[in-house]
Design a protein around this ligand. Structure first.
Ligand code: PMP
Length: 396
């Protein structure tokens, strides 16, 4: 066999890809074990039947051929209207590229921003695919911390030090995995540093419909950020359409025109019947998004009630997104160690904080993705496991 490219063999780096517990849990489930999974950001509800009906209708109506590569015009217009209202800016369809999911949008945005060997900044803890996405375009990921003691808000001094000479900065608020929503001070600091160092800001806003405290301010709405923000969004989280693979990149027309070229030479667009269904989903308005988000708000409260004043487990209440980051350092274990014990002893799967970089070491990320009763049961087991481990520290 010829040697595969170094780019592909080094894509996930040397630290593993952070998905080991997830795969172990899936293997246990496949072997018939009743594992309660709180790992990935996948809703427990499926896509709404009305959206599926529209997908079916559109397919039967003939939207099964090649669709327009940049996205069908009405969908680009609908996304432009949604973002225009949020950002307080005038967007048109030529500011929008439709892509097969936010992940494809992150790849495309970095492709547009970075050349081979450029330093691309990201904030740690980060969504597990980020470093690999940056490496996939030949750039070099450079992490800047957002520490637990700072409520997982980014360390602006560290960012200002890392920024000179870098090409891009990837920001994600509401944040996966921490649940942080960036404060005005964080956002304005990021904007100032990006302007000073002339960075592209790639703003991953796939959780913009899930805000529990404070408010979401899109990066592109900040003063002086015209022309330097590429906003990535998707219908995965807002409309429980994870499997439909439908998202967008929004940015200056000139960049979007280049991104259309990239799409032509990679994905060749998104299936037309999926785009029609996405258009229908967006036409349902903010109430439909609030209904999809509501269970996460309830379950966030279930966790916070159960660990209020707890002597081993701690968590800052998440301000957004569908996760709670639990501090398990009181057990004496790492996040990896605790997640492994929890899976083995209680058949509950969570993601170790270490899967998301260094700053969330000693934490586990709990996805709020089981029906309330099963979710509460999983949290009870998690709490019991932490108490047992803390009471017998020698066993870790
Ligand atoms: N960004 C973040 C922060 C995410 O959590 C996810 C999915 N979990 C994505 C992007 C990608 O989502 P999708 O490709 O389904 O839009």
């Amino acid at each position: 066999m010829p040697t595969p490219s170094t780019r592909i063999t080094t894509l996930t780096g040397s630290d593993g890809d952070g998905w080991e517990i997830f795969y172990r849990a899936r293997a246990m489930k496949a072997a018939g074990e009743p594992v309660l999974e709180l790992t990935i950001g996948e809703h427990d509800i499926g896509t709404a039947p009305a959206i599926l009906d529209e997908m079916h209708r559109a397919a039967r109506a003939g939207h099964t051929g090649y669709a327009a590569v940049p996205g069908i015009r009405p969908l680009r217009e609908a996304v432009a209207a949604r973002l225009g209202a949020q950002h307080g800016r005038a967007y048109g369809p030529d500011n929008i590229l439709i892509v097969p999911g936010g992940q494809a949008g992150l790849f495309a945005a970095h492709h547009a921003a970075c050349d081979e060997g450029d330093r691309a900044l990201l904030i740690d803890p980060y969504y597990a695919t980020y470093p690999g996405t940056i490496r996939a375009v030949g750039a070099v990921p450079v992490a800047v911390p957002a520490l637990p003691d700072a409520g997982f808000q980014p360390d602006l001094d560290a960012l200002a030090q890392a920024a000179p000479g870098a090409r891009s900065l990837l920001v994600n608020s509401p944040n996966n995995p921490t649940g942080a929503v960036y404060s005005d001070a964080s956002l304005e600091g990021i904007a100032r540093i990006a302007r000073e160092a002339d960075l592209w800001v790639i703003s991953d806003e796939v959780y913009d419909s899930q805000v529990w405290a404070g408010r979401h301010r899109p990066m592109a709405s900040l003063k002086g950020m015209e022309g330097r923000v590429l906003t990535v969004g998707s219908l995965s989280k807002s409309h429980a359409m994870t499997g439909s693979r439908l998202g967008w990149v929004a940015g200056p027309e000139e960049v979007v025109a280049h991104l259309v070229n990239l799409a032509t030479h990679t994905t060749y667009g998104v299936p037309g019947y999926i785009q029609e269904a996405g258009l229908f989903a967006l036409s349902q308005g903010p109430e439909a998004e609030a209904a999809v988000a509501a269970p996460f708000r309830r379950r966030r409260q279930i966790v916070m009630d159960r660990i209020a004043g707890h002597r081993v487990l701690r968590a800052a209440p998440p301000e957004g997104a569908m996760y709670v980051m639990l501090d398990v350092r009181g057990t004496g274990l790492s996040g990896d160690g605790f997640a492994a014990r929890l899976l083995e002893e209680e058949r509950v799967a969570v993601m170790p904080g270490e899967s998301f970089g260094r700053a969330a070491a000693g934490h586990v990320r709990v996805a709020l993705t089981l029906p309330d009763e099963a979710f509460a049961q999983a949290i009870d087991r998690l709490v019991a496991c932490a108490e047992r481990i803390a009471a017998a520290p020698g066993r870790g």
